[in-house]
Design a protein around this ligand. Structure first.
Ligand code: NA7
Length: 535
């Protein structure tokens, strides 16, 4: 291999979302040659595609932003507590401009395959535009919610009107004014878009398979005084975020649910409710592990929601009876439940009235009712965490594909490496806490860890790094045991692959939280990258 030509580049990064952009920046700053690819026409990742009306982040903008550059975080002004998709895109464009990140990328180009050369331990990456690049390292930052999933309903193709998926929304936008619209799906995307679509549509029919827990965002505009205050304390805010489970500066109530009396408990729920959104799932520290604690949080939620819906029969359909609160990610809404109080909005529960087929003019329910529609919106989610990885043919040792290696569920060490795939990393994916925490800090966490690893390899003259099989085995068990000790196993969530027919039911994220995970990956690094093998 002394005579083999040097690879074209040091690192190929797939994806220009929050994780990919940071990784490119960090590695380039350290002098690595980096080639980035993204199938989109510009930066943004999931925010590039999810342009549906009402699309908004459920992590506060001050936290859902990069922390690596003090000037960047001091100079950027967020306009709302929870940023909309357009504002997040403006921010990511600003970051891309500021650090000249677009130079590293080739856009509108999908990576089709990555193949290991076992002699040289380098990778050959091929794209759908016919480009071939050889590289020492391949880094995926392909997103966990980036492979849209559509239901398999008979007749879908025969529908004469336009149909959309929230995760692949047209860039020119959609005007529903005066139309009869159907929305399928009541996850985050459905619950965010339904009030917006209702404000335009002549008639809106929501087709709900599972009701979901949603908590009002309590979104509000930010003024200069508030921004100044937060920015003055940014270092402390970030410090607290890194010490938290979720990567944002909030901690649970200092006592467990039943260590306090009824009045104190209600006050704690109320306070979290006012704070808004997804944080409600962690009001008390035992809420996601103790059934009775979860039931208490559920009862408070139910009381709040029933009070917002006029028709008790509709309210009944909107209350989930099937899973613990927080076992699916709690949705952060703006006026969702109140939408059903409007006379032109109708809720159809697919549990009792499944869709039999779609025809040219609408939807036919199993009981024979035909619902006439002019437009159909699928808010039906994603093949989460593995969908976008699976789309790329990754061939490691012995010609084995990653898809084969992960056939019974993703197998990683620390969510970073997989045995049989040297010099290949899948960032902020399965085996890491990314989807359960503030993913911007999670992206920085992985980008930094990877940058340190590459520096270590250079210092020690290592050419390749690979997770050891027993380290992978142990981490898979650790992830399974951690999730198994919680109520998270009790919902048919995308964390478990339960939304995709035939997908193995494996809890994919690491649930130990941001801080604990940071400690683990830091300790591994300090111990000479224990569990990885170098050559
Ligand atoms: P989600 O959370 O996966 O929600 C998808 C919704 O679509 C959910 O209500 C599903 O019901 C429903 N769905 C999925 N397939 C079907 C079919 N075949 N028929 C009817 N209804 C269906 O995706 P989102 O895009 O809303 O949010 C993803 C994440 O993005 C979210 O967690 C945030 O972190 C950001 P189900 O519950 O599976 O019965």
């Amino acid at each position: 291999s002394e005579n083999t030509p040097a690879p074209d580049t040091d690192v190929v990064v797939v994806g220009a979302g929050v994780t990919g952009l940071y990784t490119v920046h960090r590695l380039r700053t350290l002098g690595h040659r980096v080639r980035g690819f993204d199938r989109a026409a510009d930066v943004g990742g999931v925010w590039y595609w999810n342009r549906y009306p009402g699309a908004r982040c459920d992590v506060e903008s001050f936290d859902y932003s990069y922390s690596f550059d003090e000037d960047l975080q001091q100079e950027w002004d967020w306009s709302e507590k929870y940023a909309t998709q357009p504002e997040i895109m403006r921010y990511l464009h600003h970051v891309a401009d500021r650090f000249s990140l677009r130079d590293a990328y080739t856009f509108e180009t999908s990576v089709r395959s990555a193949e290991l050369d076992e002699d040289t331990l380098t990778w050959t990456v091929r794209t759908d535009t016919g480009e071939t690049v050889t590289s020492r390292f391949v880094v995926f930052a392909v997103g966990c919610l980036s492979s849209a999933q559509r239901p398999d309903v008979p007749g879908l193709d025969s529908f004469a009107g336009p149909s959309y998926h929230t995760g692949e929304w047209p860039h020119e936008g959609v005007d529903f004014t005066g139309l009869r619209v159907g929305v399928v799906g009541t996850g985050s995307s459905g619950i965010q878009s339904i009030p917006e679509i209702a404000s335009q549509a002549r008639q809106l029919t929501v087709f709900q398979r599972s009701p979901n827990y949603s908590v009002p965002a309590g979104n509000e505009p930010l003024d200069d005084a508030r921004r100044r205050r937060v920015k003055a304390g940014y270092a402390e805010r970030r410090r607290l975020a890194r010490l938290s489970g979720g990567g944002s500066p909030f901690t649970t109530y200092p006592k467990k649910t039943f260590e306090v009396g009824e009045e104190e408990r209600r006050a704690a729920y109320e306070k979290r409710w006012q704070l808004g959104g997804v944080l409600y799932s962690k009001t008390f520290p035992d809420q996601l592990v103790d059934r009775a604690a979860n039931d208490a949080a559920r009862a408070f939620w139910e009381e709040k929601v029933r009070a917002r819906v006029d028709d008790p029969a509709v309210a009944e359909l909107l209350v989930p009876g099937d899973h613990p609160i927080g076992a699916k990610r709690i949705v952060t809404d703006s006026g969702y439940f109140e939408t059903y109080n409007q006379p032109h909005v109708r809720l159809v529960s697919l549990r009792t009235r499944p869709i039999e087929r779609v025809d040219a003019t609408g939807v036919v329910l199993a009981d024979g009712e035909h619902i006439a529609l002019d437009a159909l919106v699928h808010a039906t989610g994603f093949d989460a965490m593995t969908g976008s990885v699976d789309r790329i043919e990754v061939r490691g040792r012995g010609g084995r594909t990653l898809k084969e290696a992960w056939a019974a569920g993703p197998r990683t060490y620390l969510g970073l490496g997989t045995d049989g795939f040297p010099n290949f990393f899948n960032l902020t994916g399965p085996g890491s806490p990314s989807v359960m925490v503030n993913v911007v800090l999670a992206g920085e966490q992985h980008g930094d860890w990877l940058a340190d690893l590459l520096a270590y390899m250079e210092a020690h003259g290592h050419r390749a790094v690979e997770a050891a099989p027993d380290a992978v085995e142990d981490w898979v068990r650790e992830c399974r045991d951690r999730a198994g000790a919680t109520l998270l196993m009790e919902a048919d969530s995308w964390y478990l692959g339960a939304n995709i027919p035939g997908k193995p039911r494996v809890f994919m994220p690491y649930v130990g939280g941001f801080k604990v995970y940071q400690e683990i990956i830091d300790a591994v690094a300090a111990d000479g990258y224990k569990g990885f093998r170098f050559s």
